[in-house]
Design a protein around this ligand. Sequence first.
Ligand SMILES: *Cc1c(COP(=O)(O)O)cnc(C)c1O
Length: 369
Amino acid sequence: MLLFTPGPTPVPEKARVAMAGETIHHRTPEFTKIFNETRELLFNLLKTDEVVLIASTGTGAMEACVTNLCHKKALTVNAGKFGQRFTKICDSFNLPYIELTYEWDTPADAEEIVKTVKENPDIDALFIQICESAGGLRHPVEEIAAKVKAERADIMVVADGITAVGVEPIDIENIDALITGSQKALMLPPGLSMIGLSQKAVEKIGKGKGFYFNLASEIKKQREGTTAYTAATTLIIGLREILKEIEELGLDTLYDLTDKRALATRVALEAIGLSIYPKKPANAMTAIIDEEAEKIRKILKTKYGVNVAGGQDHLKGRLFRINHMGLIEPYEAAWVVNAVEKALEELGRLKYEGKANRVFNEIYFRIDL
Ligand SMILES: *Cc1c(COP(=O)(O)O)cnc(C)c1O
């Protein structure tokens, strides 16, 4: 079965093999060496002033950013499940917030965000997804961050890059916290999250807040080559392997390949009459809006060995999402669009011509991006 869900993504063999070794103790020079190497590689990926690794899924890192970086009032951007999650986290800590909501296909509006910041001087942190995975939507985060900082330099800009880091280059100039997780573009099993922090964010964290997700305790320990609590040793060993592989390939090459696959997939699916859901699609995944999404997913899985994700909430049954994150062979991605065309034939919507596959290959192998 081809795992084509936008998280979890398939784990490359090198990482699986690396993680199959004996469990080692985390308070040892052997592990500190691995930890420090991983940390260095993570700096190269995130390009931020500080990095922390946390043994949690991505949501843990989101929570840590809310509790440690917002002291007065949050501004959250809800254009889907993950944006809404920031709001729910604020709610659970009785932290005041203002939530701007958008349709799941609609990118956040920089002007509206700046206006909200101007009108609410107590806002001290902005929380937004780079890619909102619920609809495969790319928010203009860099533009928003620059405008917010120009208005109020002290506002912490927290960007959830869980489906953006490792997918495309991210300009971190105006971002104070860049969140990512293990099971998306970093191609690992779930259970590890990472946050890249600006120097200003480190200063604001101060002594930190909370206990397990206290970022000050983690920063202090991780600078010393260890973690505050038991490290997720196996996942960190896997991460070192992935980051080494990405560096050998070259980050720009990784981004280019992802871009080509995403573009070729979008054009191929549009060529067979399907509709891309978001107004501004992210490269992490292609989300297709279709009343027969569930039938298509079922045929893909049972007949063609392809597992793609569905929609959530009001888009349940009306959306399917194809992953582009990670190192994916073009012949696998071409097979997926081909299988979608076959599924449409089975549903009586077209006559199969191998068009999706042809268009995918034409774009992937001919166009110089
Ligand atoms: C997957 C994801 C998360 C984190 O979810 P977890 O299940 O906690 O790993 C957060 N934000 C986005 C945009 C995601 O895609």
